[in-house]
Design a protein around this ligand. Sequence first.
Ligand code: GLN
Length: 228
Amino acid sequence: KTSAESEGKETLTMATNATFPPYEYYDDDNNIAGIDVEIANAIAEKLGMKLEIQDIDFDSIVTSVQSGKADIGLAGMTVDPDRAKNVNFTDSYATGVQVIIVKNDSDITGPDSLEGKKIGVQQGTTGDIYCSDDYGDENVVKYTSGPNAVEALKTGKVDCVVIDNEPAKEYVKANEGLKILDTEYVQEEYAAIVAKDNDELFEKVNTAIKELKEDGTIQKILDKYIKS
Ligand code: GLN
């Protein structure tokens, strides 16, 4: 029996990729923490369920939810029409921006100067999808995590990293000699995902998110982690 069962609560399993601060990351006690974890806990509480987190590769999250291995996915995941063919997106609960990280001395000034450059991305993310479309798959180097892409930038394997703005800020804070360019690349909306054949859970999760938006809970969680 899992601990949730012994408490008489059903488990709500969430798939995520915990390399994406401040949305999901390992805290100093080696627990997965962050905005998505707090939102998912608030959803689980509303549903009378107990949250369990599965930390998997970002590009496996949609399949995991689609196949029922996980009940929901929260991963700073952008609402995207191709993903929506396989899973249902709830209402959006946050916004993100794809930004460009470069070394301080880089000659890259924005999306217009990325032609022919080596671009590091996290595999399967919208940064990967947009850059492969706009600058050619052959110029895009795919890493399993944002930190791995940033490491490749530091060692000169790529000329820049395209990734979401909030994790970008955290990566730049943690690594000397890097900066985020002012010019934004793409704006996006984050939402949770649920399997298409799980309408009942989808309705419950979507209603919970709506309520948590309306009563200010989600804004409070965002403000706790994101300082403007
Ligand atoms: N927002 C991006 C996407 O959905 C990146 C998410 C992530 O790396 N966790 O593709």
